[in-house]
Design a protein around this ligand. Structure first.
Ligand code: GTP
Ligand code: MG
Length: 658
């Protein structure tokens, strides 16, 4: 299990106070477990090993003596310390008064001079009244007033170095003031939790509320308890806790389950009873650091991605996201409405993407334009591939670490390096990035958006007026579901250079407009410049096939060009004919890089058709136009292509398999 704790290396406790109050005696009493009659002015610094301290943190205890040390040296020691104990003698009022007149202001001043520690002003302080063996009364009333006036005072304790009364407690309180400080959690004057603490606890409540009914029932409380403290909650304790809440705030319990109000009250009670460590344990388990912000290490667990590998959602990652979706799909219609989508991310600072202009434009949606479970997983798949840190961060906010009892890395699958895929001629990935590259107006947007809709005739005018760069959906490659991401890359000028991140992808789709004679030149140049020598599979696509094909103003016609460079013949695409074939082809090429035989398997049927129709046509027997791309070629071209691919299939060599 992940024990999330900003594990401190050590706790450094400094004792200050007027001469003769018993600082040195306290330290030596703790160490030797007996009262030392003769003490030096200043004890040597001592280190208590982690295993003998209650909080399992090595602890340094540092003495101060005004005979041996100047104020400057003391200031430095205060800065170095994590907590300062101001010792006074209960039998000497003068030493008690000096806490407010001298020591607390002196500590504040000392910390102010340090620029290094922004939290410096809040150096926690413990007030220690020593020599209780000498008096019959308690100084606690005066000390409580000080506590109210100085928020840095975490706790106070009366003890005696002589009788060893409360000695170990005093050092324990000092440790606790560092490890589980009160001030970030609680405001004394208001006797209430701080806004930051409440905000964190609200998020925690929501994450624990698995069925989303705004109540924590016994099952959820038990799970919460086990995640935070690694032990189940005894049924009897559970009842007692509920009884306490009910007694104090009646609306803290509803239907025998704890409400948010009750949950907050419970934590307020913990702090008031000096059980900060309980609330801190919960906060840390959910990723919070000392200043109640989410730790960077929690949101960004270290992960190494070898160059040439990509990142996908693991099965567990998907399961988590499916459960999350189902939890927030309150009406159970299999889609997230804008409001439901907003609620999913209510445990996050904001949504990772916009509902209206991003997820519902780039992923499959239902008839009402709402994000389906399928679309939801597509969007996460996209983010996991292109922005892993953001996926990790959001899984952290959403409570993956708590529910799954493991870091977000369990939600991620790192694929093997591409060079291994290439060597094996088969990709182990299930998410492919396809760059759709072409000149303005070539029909890239339509081609990309066609991936999202069942019937391309449903694409309407406004679908094309979007600046969405990515479209994601799944396609079947030999019966296996693969995610295909189309990234729209517009080339404004023929000579505009492409950046490496624009070139690199699993499969490139170079798009030209068959109805525009100037269009193919862009594509040809891009192919030659960036892809001819690369190992990236390329598909050339001619769009607007229904508008009638024009001869291209280029030294080679598209079919000749493809033949020359030994790539698949152009795929003629039209939104009108409503075929998904193109997307399957693209995913197949990405799935089997350098393995044209596999693509051919896919085409075989088609090529045979062509072959036959070429003959039929030669004999004037062709009854129908078998394919659009056929029109661009001649009978011989199809025959040669077939021959070429057969050769590839058997020998597996060629320009793409270097
Ligand atoms: P400086 O080093 O001068 O700053 O003093 P200090 O705070 O270190 O005090 P120190 O430990 O030297 O104790 C001062 C005197 O108080 C000694 O005579 C101790 O024996 C006595 N003393 C310390 N703690 C107790 C206590 O708990 N009860 C009683 N009765 N006497 C104590
Ligand atoms: Mg001393």
């Amino acid at each position: 299990m992940v024990v999330w704790n900003a594990t401190r290396r050590n706790v450094r406790i400094l004792l200050v106070g007027d001469p003769g109050v018993g600082k040195t005696s306290l330290i030596l009493s703790l160490v030797s477990e007996e009262f030392p009659e003769d003490v030096p002015a200043k004890a040597e610094e001592i280190t208590i090993p982690a295993n003998v301290t209650p909080e399992q943190v090595p602890t340094n205890i540092v003495d101060y003596s005004n005979i041996e040390q100047t104020d400057e040296v003391l200031s430095e020691e205060i800065q170095k310390a994590h907590v300062v104990c101001i010792v006074y003698a209960v039998d000497d009022d003068e030493t008690l008064d000096r806490i407010t007149s001298h020591w607390l202001p002196f500590i504040r001043n000392s910390c102010n001079v340090s620029e290094k520690e922004p939290q410096a002003l809040k150096k926690p302080v413990v007030l220690v009244g020593n020599k209780v063996d000498l008096v019959e009364y308690s100084t606690i009333d005066s000390v409580l007033t000080i506590m109210e006036d100085f928020p840095e005072v975490e706790s106070c304790v009366e003890c005696s170095a002589k009788t060893l009364h409360n000695i170990s407690e005093m050092f324990y309180y000092a440790q606790k003031a560092v490890l589980h400080p009160t001030s970030p959690l609680y405001i004394m004057e208001e006797q209430d939790l701080t806004p930051a603490c409440k905000k964190s606890l609200v998020r925690i409540f929501k994450i624990c509320d698995i069925d989303g009914d705004n109540l924590l029932n016994d099952y959820e409380l038990n799970l919460f308890q086990r995640r935070c403290f690694n032990t189940p909650l005894q049924p009897q304790i559970l009842d007692e806790v509920k009884a306490v809440i009910l007694k104090n705030i009646p609306d803290g319990i509803f239907n025998d389950a704890v409400t948010l109000k009750g949950f907050l009250f419970l934590h307020c009670l913990f702090v008031q009873r000096g059980r900060n460590e309980t609330t801190w344990a919960v906060l840390r388990r959910f990723g919070y650091s000392e200043n109640l912000e989410m730790c960077k290490e929690y949101l960004q667990p270290p992960i190494k991605i070898p160059p040439g590998s990509s990142t996908e959602l693991s099965h567990r990652g998907q399961q988590f996201l499916i459960a999350l979706f189902e939890r927030y799909d309150k009406d159970g219609d299999g889609a997230l409405s804008p409001d439901e989508h907003k609620m999913v991310f209510s445990t996050c600072p904001s949504a990772p993407w916009s509902y209206s202009t991003d997820i519902r434009k780039s992923c499959p949606v239902n008839d009402r334009g709402w994000v389906t479970l399928h679309g939801w997983l597509c969007r996460w798949t996209l983010m996991t591939l292109i922005d892993l840190p953001k996926t990790l961060e959001y899984l952290g906010y959403l409570g993956f670490n708590v529910h799954e009892n493991e870091s977000q890395l369990a939600a991620i699958h790192v694929t093997r390096e591409r060079r291994i895929d290439l060597a094996k001629r088969q990709s182990s990935r299930s998410v492919y990035m396809c760059h759709v590259i072409g000149p303005k107006g070539a029909g890239k947007t339509g081609l990309c958006r066609g991936l999202l809709v069942e019937d391309m005739k449903n694409l309407i005018g406004k679908d094309f007026k979007t600046n969405i760069v990515y479209c994601v959906n799944t396609v079947q490659v030999y019966g296996q579901e693969k995610h295909l991401i189309l990234r729209d890359i517009e080339v404004k000028q023929v000579l505009d250079p492409l950046q490496p991140q624009e070139v690199n992808c699993d499969v490139a789709c170079l798009v030209y407009d068959t109805s525009n004679p100037r269009s193919f030149e862009y594509v040809a140049r891009i192919y030659i410049k960036y892809y001819a020598e690369s190992k990236i599979p390329v598909m050339i696509v001619g769009t607007k096939g229904d508008l009638g094909e024009n001869r291209q103003d280029y030294l080679l016609q598209p079919v000749e060009f493809c033949e020359k460079y030994k790539i698949l013949p152009p795929h003629i695409f039209t939104l009108k004919n409503n075929k998904k074939e193109l997307y399957i082809k693209l995913a197949t090429m990405a799935a089997f890089p350098r393995f044209q035989a596999a693509w051919i398997l896919f085409y075989k049927h088609r090529l045979v058709q062509l072959w036959e129709s070429a003959h039929l046509r030669q004999f004037g027997l062709a009854t129908e136009d078998p394919t659009v791309w056929w029109k661009a070629g001649i009978g011989i071209a199809a025959a040669t292509l077939l021959g070429f691919f057969m050769m590839k299939a058997f020998h597996g060599s060629g320009p793409h398999s270097k």
